[in-house]
Ligand binder design. Structure first.
Ligand code: CAA
Length: 246
């Protein structure tokens, strides 16, 4: 297997950490970004103790200039980015009639704006080298909508629109662009949903439990594989059966 350089945004989070570790286990060199240096260094140290070495670069993915600087820093440390996973995301859940402009803008900028901000400085190199793997981490709620998430669902649905356009533009350059749409995974983000609301959501999952971060990371490794070269513009739903669109 060819070792590649991978950038996973939001790699210190629940799903992000599992993606970083899985790509490292597949033999890739992996970097992630951070906003809080102390928190990121503590994460890096904890991962190192478990045998994982990850590169870190400062950068808020919601800010175009900061995201470009972050990409250049990763390239300086590890080399050209060959696998990009747009995973960073936040929630600001509230019903739309109570939502303020900041709650809308923060979610759109971080979850969807980041796809432009991080992919734009990476795409030219991938096109020149004629190889690339880009994976968006979207959400079940981008597919089905969610009470209290007009901002988040709009951003997550937008991510797949981004995927299928980029997939068309870059197919001739050996670059595949795909989406993974996780359902409710047992991360801090999902555990922040009030317990009674969460219990009702779990009751809607045929497999009968929340997902595990590794179960999402596995799909990212699949799309990143050399042999996944004819898979582009796809959306892979991984949600325990909660939503079965086709
Ligand atoms: N469908 C229909 N009605 C609903 C509903 C739903 N899914 N959820 C809530 N309601 C109703 C309630 O029954 C209640 O009705 P009444 O006023 O008639 O009693 C009304 O809406 C208000 O509900 P709340 O009291 O809960 O309102 P709130 O303002 O306190 O909170 C909320 C609303 C923020 C949306 C809260 O319900 C919530 O956090 N819901 C979960 C949202 C969610 O799933 N977020 C996902 C986070 S994880 C993630 O995003 C990762 C991923 O990709 C999956």
């Amino acid at each position: 297997m060819t070792a590649r350089v991978a950038l996973v945004t939001g790699g210190t989070g629940g799903i992000g950490t599992a993606i970083c570790r899985h790509l490292a286990q597949l033999g890739h060199k992996v970097a992630t970004n951070y906003r809080d240096e102390a928190k990121a260094k503590a994460w890096q140290d904890a991962q190192r103790k478990e045998g994982f070495e990850f590169a870190l670069a400062r950068g808020d993915v919601a800010d175009p200039a900061a995201a470009e600087a972050m990409v250049r820093e990763v390239e300086k440390q590890l080399g050209p980015i060959e696998i990009l996973v747009n995973n960073a995301g936040i929630t600001r859940d509230t019903t739309f009639h109570k939502m303020n402009a900041l709650q809308w803008q923060e979610v759109i900028a971080t979850n969807l704006g980041s796809c432009f901000n991080v992919t734009r400085p990476v795409i030219d190199g991938m096109r020149e080298r004629k190889w690339g793997r880009i994976v968006q981490i979207s959400s079940i709620n981008g597919q089905k909508g969610q009470y209290g998430q007009a901002n988040y669902a709009a951003a997550k649905a937008g991510m797949h629109g981004f995927t299928i356009s980029l997939a068309q533009e870059n197919a001739k350059f050996g670059i595949t662009v795909n989406t993974v749409s996780p359902g409710y995974v047992g991360t801090d983000m999902v555990m922040a949903v009030p317990e009674d609301v969460r219990a009702k959501i779990v009751a809607q999952i045929p497999i009968g439990r929340l997902g595990e971060p590794d179960e999402i990371a596995y799909a990212v490794g699949f799309f990143a594989n050399e042999q996944a070269r004819w898979i582009t513009g796809a959306n892979l739903a991984i949600n325990g059966g909660q939503y079965m669109g086709w």
